[in-house]
Every structure is written in structure tokens, then in C-alpha cells.
Design a protein around this ligand. Sequence first.
Ligand code: SAM
Length: 831
Amino acid sequence: MDALDQTLRSLGLDSPMKLKSFLDSLPSQQTPTLKNTNGTTAHTKGCAGPFSIDQVLSVLPKKKLTRDDFMVGGLKELKEQADIEASLLPKRVPLVNRRDLLDTIEATREAMSRTTPDHRRVVRVLVQWPQKYSTTSLEDLSRIHVSDLMVRKTHKGNYLLCRTICTPSFDGGIGLLLGIEDPNGNPAYLKISNHPLLFDADDKDSRTIFPVGIVLALREPTYYTNENVKDLPFIKVESPSDIIAADSDASTLDGVSWKSKLTVQSRARTGEAWKAEGLKDFKASRWFSSAVCFTNSIKFGFDIEVSRLNRAEVYLRLGWNNSALHDAQVALESGRLSDELKRKANVRKIKALYAMGRYQEISQMASTLENDKIFAEWVTRANQRIEEQNTGNYDWLKLHMESKKGLYYSPDIADFTGPVEVKTNAKGLRGTFVTRDVRAGELLMFHKPAFSISTSETTKANDLGFDWINLPALRRTNDRDLHRLFLKAMQRVWDDRHLYDTLRTLYGGETAEEPKAYPAPFVVSPPLEHSTRPIVDIDIEYLHGVTMFNAFGVQDGHALYVAPSLMNHSCMPNARREFIGTAIVIRTIQDLKKGEEVTVSYIDAQVSYDERRFRLMNSWRFNCSCGVCEADDEDGYEARESRRALSKKMDDLEERIDMTYDPVTAQRLAAEAKKTIDNMKRTYHEEHAKKAEGCKYELAKPLRLLADALGVAGRLTSDKTLIKQSIEAKMQSLEVLGLKITDKTLTGALPKGKIPSPVDTSRVPQFYDEMEVETVLEISRFFKELGDKKRAKRWFKVAAWMESVYSGGGIEILKVRQAPSLGLLGLSDLY
Ligand SMILES: C[S@@+](CC[C@H](N)C(=O)[O-])C[C@H]1O[C@@H](n2cnc3c(N)ncnc32)[C@H](O)[C@@H]1O
């Protein structure tokens, strides 16, 4: 660490904050460079900010990086501080002054309301060490009072009964800040973090959810002192499932009398008024508080069926499908619905089942539904989904075309999982394996996200900037979108025990508990008893970890997928991920034998070894030991450094080659490129190709540039030799990405009749960005220009084969995805 500190300092990354801002600018989720069907590059976070990865790499120590190297940005200090805190004995502190507390909360609200979107509040979400959340039911806990609280203590076996004494404020320090009192009238601060209403709710929602006077039971509360203001102790609730809002008739309130006088501020006092408030919130897209209002109108017994149906609709918006289904079902079973309401209830029931992927149940409902166009449409859709689930057949062309229409496209598909299973590999690492021999291009998975967020989706007033620190996982990030994804996870598990159990099977970081066995047995969740109370006890630390280690960057957003998260990384992967809107497609890019592990690349593996290991350790805390990494490692640091310098030199040539229209300059640049490439080749040791199965990724781009320069010179002078040299360089650029070319001939007669492909079709090049298929198309074009139509056709077929391995489609998809190149290259007579 000292060596790292020193070297970074010499670069100007002299303060932890500067380095932190650099580290934060790196991708913290799986963001490979992806070419979307519309030709744009899917969300890839480069190194924004003042430092380039080159700068940092050039000063990183030559040793392999370890987790400790990433305890920067104050993380180490925070961890030390937390450890000291944890080692100190709990102590009693004076009670807080009620007037001071009310003033402080009011001042916080004031300060918060002054911030504008341009001046984002920085919210520090700090998961403390050690993490707490309660799993004991209220009935098994005994009541304590504020005067019993001791700081630095989690009050195991106890709950604190309290009520709020002022409206909550969003708090720059944590999330939500409330003032509470116990029945004796003793006040305390209550801080609530990680609450799903932080996702898209604002002050108005928070006042509905935590109105003044609402009685709360806080399970096994923890009392802290404030880091900065030592005499300001507060109860901190990390997991909102620890808060139980007590109904006024709850048994917890038996015999409770409140010493202080408090006017309970309720938005409404009658069922009718609650329903009206619910509708108002619904119209304003305030789903959470709208749900609370309808719950209250149901409790008051007002227009119960309609209130239930309204709540079902709100629950659908919140993704609380279990509870939406339950509400619709209960309303239907009441026998009191008019025909129109019955129709509405059935539509909501179908929508809930559909959102949960329970297509079979919709299909089974068909006979019970009256003849109605809408029902018929839903049943048809459900039957299509069942067909997809069973066969893995999709209309790929339609999907690719639709995904071009706009950002954040969510395809209407059923998830498909192909011939794979989850097992532990020989190194003891859990991963995904094929259950039979598969061919390159086979579909392994096509999945919608379990949940996702759109980056451009605007939040309401509570648009938090933040510094997200998870001490147990030793991770720190200021990626607000990742935090929003996490809050979305909170929102989704609120009502879905099966999703929660499933997320607990995913990897949550080294310091989190072991993941549970995958897959989690299916359980039907009970419905929410109250909208403010989740049906599961939420392990916040685990959910943080799952989000941090498994989130994917997708076009215009972030997403979390379940089965696709169980694949390990390799820099020479045998499968590839692609996104169609928010859905993920995983296909093999090589033939695989039954029992082989499926690997994907988490990063753009064409970058240098040192950059790869930096990114993998920074984001996922592991060192890759694939063949390419081993071979690159054995080349030695000096060789890799000179390779990196040479490849930079080639980058500098790129613009000049692109801008060249005269043959003499083009030939000169080609000679320069060739010399640099020869020098680069010398940086690989003899055994490299064997270990890395021919892969020398960093040579791919330089070889393409050389081919471009030769191609320009050849075409401008009609020099066939130069064109052939260009074809050779293009072929080599594919070979260093793993393609095996079996026929490299440039001239001569080809045998008559059906001739085999000039490439080994058990494996496509390792990566698919704009260039691989295009390079093959260019080879085809050059053969055509040389008058060799047979070879041109043959290589065109290679391009079509490659594209179908990558995308699962035939020539029609090639035409969509390679439209720009096909147009430019004039190859239309070949297909
Ligand atoms: C998205 S998970 C992959 C599945 C994971 N192995 C599991 O059991 O859930 C990512 C984590 O898997 C581990 N991992 C993935 N690829 C690895 C590799 N090539 N070598 C070592 N660990 C790897 C790392 O701990 C990483 O943070």
C-alpha cells in the first residue's frame, strides 16, 4: 500500500479523494463494450474524470494488486474508526433536548429544500460495521424505552415503541431523519436509510408514510453517536424491515398510554377521504403513498372492493405483483363486483400473473373469461410466452428492429434458460456449466432483468447525490445510479419473498454471508399486510453486496439479472452477452463439450493485461487466471510496458491513416505500422500463442489499421499486391482474436462443388464490436475487387455465419446489424 501511495502521489493523485474520484469513475458493474443492434455502443463507462487509466497504470506497482490496494478514498480510515467503535463498551448518554431536536430537524428540512438539481445533496449511505438487521418477530421481543438506550449497542431481544413527533425530513447525512418519542415522552432522533421511498418519493410521500403521531415499533434498535457531533446520539435503522408501523388496534399498543400531548396529523380521517387522497396521489404518480391511502380506506371499510382494485393497480406500478394479484383475487371472490369491475379485476389479475411470468395460469383462466377482445389478447400473449419458454424460439429480427426504436426498450418476452446448470468448478468457485454438447451460437439464456433502472428516468424531488460506503464489503462508490438500482431492489423485494430468497443465492462479496444454494425453492409470497411493511426481513448488507457485484450496465440504465449473474469471468470467454433493450442474451461463441464451464467477459478484454487486472480487482476483487492472463503475465512487466507504448503509437497513427487519401502517404504509414506491429510481436514470448490459443488481443487493432493503410494504397493505385497484403493483415487481425483460418489462399482455383468454409466453424473471434464482422465483409469486398467472386462469396458466408453465431439470426439480421458496412461495401449481389 505504501508503494502504491508513493507512486500515485508522484502522479498528482496525492490525496485519497483524488484517487477515489478516479476509482469511482471506473465501471463498478459489468459493462463490456457492446454493440447494440442499432449500432450504438451500450452503456460503457470509461474513465471520465481527470485521470486516464494509462496514467494510473504507468505508476502502479509491478506486483499483483490485492484487495488492500483498493482501500483508498478514506475507506481504510473509516474501517479503522468503525473497528475502534465496535471495540468500545456501550454507554449511556444524556437524553436529547426536545426543542433542540425539533429545531435541528426543521433546519435540515430547510437546508434540503434549498438544494437544487444542480446542487445535488450528497447523501452518505454508510453501512456500519458490523451490520445489523432484525429477524426476531415483535411478539418475541420485549419493550424498552428511550432511557434504556445505550450508544454503540444493538438492543438485542428488545424493541422500542415510539411515535413520530414531527414531519420527517430527507437528510443530507443518511436518507430520512425523524423525531420520535417513547410513551414516557422522551425524545430521540431516528435515522432511516435504505428505504424504498428514497427511490422516487418526495416530502409529500414521506409525510403520508410517516405522518406525525404514527406509532412505530423499532425491532432491536441500534443507538449511535454522530461521527461529527459526539453528543448527538441517534437511533439508526439500516434495514427498513426493522420498522413496524403499528395499527392503532395492534396488540403492541395494549395498555400503552402516552404521557405527552400530541396532535396526530393524519391526511384523512374517514375512509371516503382516504380513498379521495389515494386517487389524488395516483394521478400524481405517487404510487407508494397512494397505496398507503387505499390501504387506509380499506381499513375504514369504505368502498372496499373499489379501494382494493385501485390498490391493485398501484401495486402493479410498484412491481408488487403478489399483492396486486391478491387484491384483485379477493375483490373477485367477494361476489360484489359489477360486470365492469369484474372485468377490471380480471385484467389486473392477468397483468400481475403476467409480470410474475405465471403465463400458464393465464392460459388456464381462458375458459373462465367471457368473450372479450382484451382477454383474448392477453391469453394469446401468454401462450406465446409459454412457447418461448419451452423452445427458446424468438423472433430475433423483430426484437432487433424494435430495440432500435428507442432507449430503455423492454422487450415483451418470456425468459428462456437453455442447457446449463449451476455447479462448483475444480477451483471451488461456483459457476455455470453446459449440460450437453453445444454448438457455437447456441442460445444459453434470454432473460429480462429482475429489476432495472433507467439512467435518464427522472426522479422526483428526492434526487440524491451520494457517497455510498459499504464497510463490510470494503466498497465505496459515488455511482448514484447503482444506488438507485439498489433502492429498486429494496422496492421489489418488499412484496416478493421468492425474489428476496433468489437474491440471497447470488454472490454478495467476500465479507457477506455465503450465498444460499441456487436456485431458491419457489414460494408464493403472502400479500403485504400493510404497504409500509415489507413481507421479508431484509439483510441490507447482503442486498448492497449483491447489487455491487452483480449489476450490469445496460443501454441507458442498470439492471440486475439472476441466472446470468452466476457466470464467471474469463478474458478468453466461450460465451458472449448482448443486450436487446433491457433483456440479456447469452450465446456460446465456441462449441462446448458437455460439462464445460461457461464463461463471459465482464470487461472489454481487448485492453492490456495490467488494465484488465486493475479493473477486475477494483470492481470484483479477483485476479483472472485464464490462458491469456497467464501468458501475458509470463511475458513480464517490461515486455508488456513496451507493448503498451507501441500500441499507443499505433493509436496515434489511427487518425492519420483514416485521413489519408493519397497512395504515397498511405504506403509510408503502412510501413510505419508494419514496423510497430513487428516490434509488438516481439513482446510476446514463444509459448504465448500456445497458452493463449493464438489470442494476442492487443495486436488486433494495429493489424486492422495496417490493413486499412494497405487497402487505401492498393485501391488508389490499383495495385493488387497491396490489396492482397491488406487481406492478409485483416486475416491476421481475426486470428489474434481467436479465429482459426483454415484456408488463407489469396489466389488459385478453388475446388469445384461444395467447398468447406475457409475458417474453423467451432469458434468465432472472441469479441464482437463493430469490427470483426465488418473485417470479414471487407475481405469479401477486396476479393470481389480482385475479380475473385468465388472467394468473395465464400468470405461473405463467413461473415453471415459469424453474425448468426453472435446474434442468432440469418442474413436478414446481418442486413439490419451490418447495414452501414453492407451499404458502403457494395456487396448486395452476394446475398
Ligand atoms: C457475478 S459473480 C459470478 C458468480 C460467482 N462465482 C457466484 O458464485 O455467484 C462475480 C464474482 O465471482 C467471482 N469470480 C468471477 N470470475 C472469476 C474468476 N475468473 N476467477 C476468480 N473469481 C471469479 C468473483 O468473486 C466475482 O466478484
